[in-house]
Design a protein around this ligand. Structure first.
Ligand SMILES: NC(=O)c1ccc[n+]([C@@H]2O[C@H](COP(=O)([O-])OP(=O)(O)OC[C@H]3O[C@@H](n4cnc5c(N)ncnc54)[C@H](OP(=O)(O)O)[C@@H]3O)[C@@H](O)[C@H]2O)c1
Length: 245
């Protein structure tokens, strides 16, 4: 499928920024969305240097009315949308004895409600035109309930299930839905943590761009994680709760 008009939400940093640059090529128009204008304009410069058109829009994903307004403005400026990627996300640190609803709520609002706000608009548009690609950036963290990040893991599990449902509703209408489950990727979100099989944002972006072009269903950015997570998913709960992961 020819993808000429692409919207990336969360394009100011990390995976979303690298994906914008990776997908930029002559003849394409990219809508770049996040809250920070300066960072978005820097990415827009890199996108236009590769021969694509870039349109920058600031928008907070938790503001439903602003999301709808931003989407409709972008549709007008790009002349439509062939692919929508939701890469925005937050992974707020929580201490081992911390059970904080304000932090948890924010994670769910950005990672789940924000994703639904954007992807629902994309789904309606693409269902009407009978083609297109929707892509959500989940995480291997959504495959099991780990100790360190309860709300983050839950948010990604919710996103994965939501994306699967969208795929089941939309595939009959000609719309592809891609679920990306990265392991560790070197971005500001990962910070200084050193984890095995970490990939650069550029490597992740190349893999995600290929998955979008092919309309793949579920992508583990590093191939090793497909096998690691197949094993991790099988670990009995009574064993898993003893592991410090
Ligand atoms: N890095 C990893 O190891 C890793 C692993 C698995 C999954 N992921 C997932 O990959 C996605 C991208 O993460 P990253 O590593 O690229 O992190 P990042 O560099 O911190 O980027 C996060 C992006 O989310 C945007 N964002 C945050 N809050 C927002 C809000 N309220 N409204 C709109 N945009 C918002 C940020 O833009 P503004 O601050 O400008 O709004 C930024 O563009 C996330 O969904 C993350 O959960 C990352």
């Amino acid at each position: 499928m020819e993808l000429q008009r692409i919207v990336i939400v969360g394009a100011s940093s990390g995976i979303g920024a690298a994906l914008a640059v990776e997908m930029a090529r002559p003849g394409r128009s990219l809508g770049l969305v996040a809250r920070r204008a300066t960072e978005l304009h820097d990415i827009a410069t890199a996108v236009t240097a590769r021969g694509a058109k870039a349109v920058v829009r600031t928008c907070d994903a938790v503001d439903e009315a602003a999301v709808a307004e931003c989407w409709h403005t972008l549709l007008g400026e790009l002349g439509g949308c062939d692919a929508l990627v939701y890469s925005s996300g937050v992974m707020t640190e929580v201490g081992p004895r911390e059970f904080a609803i304000a932090k948890d709520r924010h994670i769910i609002e950005v990672n789940v409600i924000g994703a639904m706000a954007w992807l629902n608009l994309g789904a309606a548009h693409m269902a009407d035109q009978g083609r297109g690609v929707l892509c959500g950036i989940g995480s291997v963290a959504g495959d099991r309930g780990r100790r360190q990040a309860p709300a983050y893991g839950a948010s990604k599990a919710a996103l994965h299930t939501y994306l699967e449902s969208l795929r089941n509703r939309l595939s009959v209408l000609g719309v592809q839905v891609v679920t990306v489950k990265p392991g560790p990727v070197r971005t500001p979100m990962l910070g200084a943590r050193k984890l095995p099989l970490t990939v650069s944002a550029e490597v992740a972006a190349r893999r995600i761009s290929r998955a979008i072009a092919r309309g793949e269903h579920t992508v583990y950015v590093h191939w090793g994680y497909r096998w690691i997570m197949a094993i991790v998913r099988c670990i009995p709960s009574i064993v898993f709760r003893r592991l410090a992961i």
